[in-house]
Design a binder for this molecule. Structure first.
Ligand SMILES: [Zn+2]
Length: 302
């Protein structure tokens, strides 16, 4: 797929074209009955957009069980929304999507969250085996009534781990401050046992994270030490500034309860930065991720 805007309009401008694309993505080796796995004698009932399996008489559609299913939205709008969310470097807000697609705010918001949901990595692998991982924490959102050091009460702490030249992992923390317990459990959860070196700043809560095959080195930012040989946290700090620009650019304000889903989208897009098949891969994820009702979505994010 060549994914510029004009080619998206050309290739996916009608629901039939979108459906044919989904069929090709779901069954690259030919249409298969989901119940009996037969590939023979599957007939298409065009009027209802379903397939009929001659072996077991099961009827199914390409979108059955996926997040496209039961949606009153035309597939063309799903495709366009996905394209825009995948391609825009800074992310897209529900308001922008509402204007672009000519849908209600509620629908746009729903689309954003469903597409983001599909972008979530089902099971993130640990990063850093045989390599260097940079760890840092940052604070996002909230209004600071009393500006001054140490007053972070309205802000949300976000922890990040970046494998040099590789993937990033970002998590929202419920705790307001970086304790040793919080930082260490984040690192153990997200970095591989065989990480060669963990780089942090001088924050004492990181101390003791090294073990027999993982070094821990830190730079002392308070003493204006930023780089010492290959010890630095410039990579993860670059990720923070990218993320903060993306919040300012598109979301204006991100409520704490939705922050993790924005972070998931950001993380995913960052980790896919060199994937030329991003649009296609997202559609495949959407085909394979279970549908989620509006009510459930609201409950989950509450
Ligand atoms: Zn069958």
């Amino acid at each position: 797929m060549n994914d510029n805007l004009m080619s998206v309009v050309e290739q996916y401008g009608t629901d039939d074209k979108c459906r044919a694309c989904l069929v090709a993505l779901k069954w690259p080796n030919g249409i298969e009955c989901p119940r009996c796995q037969s590939k023979k004698a599957i007939s298409r009932i065009a009027a209802r957009e379903v397939y009929d399996c001659d072996s077991c008489r099961y009827q199914f559609s390409v979108t059955a069980g996926s997040i496209f299913h039961d949606s009153h939205l035309p597939l063309t709008k799903w495709f366009f929304a996905t394209y825009v969310m995948v391609e825009s470097k800074k992310g897209v807000s529900a308001n922008q999507l509402k204007r672009m697609l000519g849908v209600s705010y509620k629908t746009a918001w729903y689309l954003c969250h469903r597409i983001r949901k599909a972008m979530d990595e089902a099971k993130p692998e640990q990063i850093g085996a045989g390599n260097v991982v940079e760890i840092d924490e940052t604070y996002v959102g909230g209004k600071r009534r009393h500006v001054g050091a140490g007053n972070l009460d309205n802000k949300t702490m976000v922890l990040g781990a970046l494998e040099r030249g590789g993937d990033v992992r970002i998590r929202v923390e419920k705790k307001k401050r970086a304790s040793k317990e919080t930082l260490h459990s984040f690192i153990k959860e997200n970095t591989h046992d065989a990480t060669e070196m963990i780089c942090t700043d001088e924050q004492p809560a990181y101390n003791g994270i090294q073990d027999w095959n993982t070094r821990h080195e830190s730079v002392n930012h308070k003493a204006e030490e930023w780089v010492r040989g290959d010890v630095h946290t410039n990579g993860i700090e670059g990720v923070w500034s990218l993320f903060k620009r993306s919040i300012v650019g598109s979301y204006h304000q991100v409520s704490a309860k939705h922050l993790q889903s924005y972070l998931d989208e950001f993380e995913w897009r960052f980790n896919q930065r060199e994937n030329p098949y991003l649009f296609r891969d997202t559609l495949v994820r959407m085909l394979n991720s279970p549908k989620m009702e509006f009510k459930e979505l609201i409950e989950k994010s509450a």
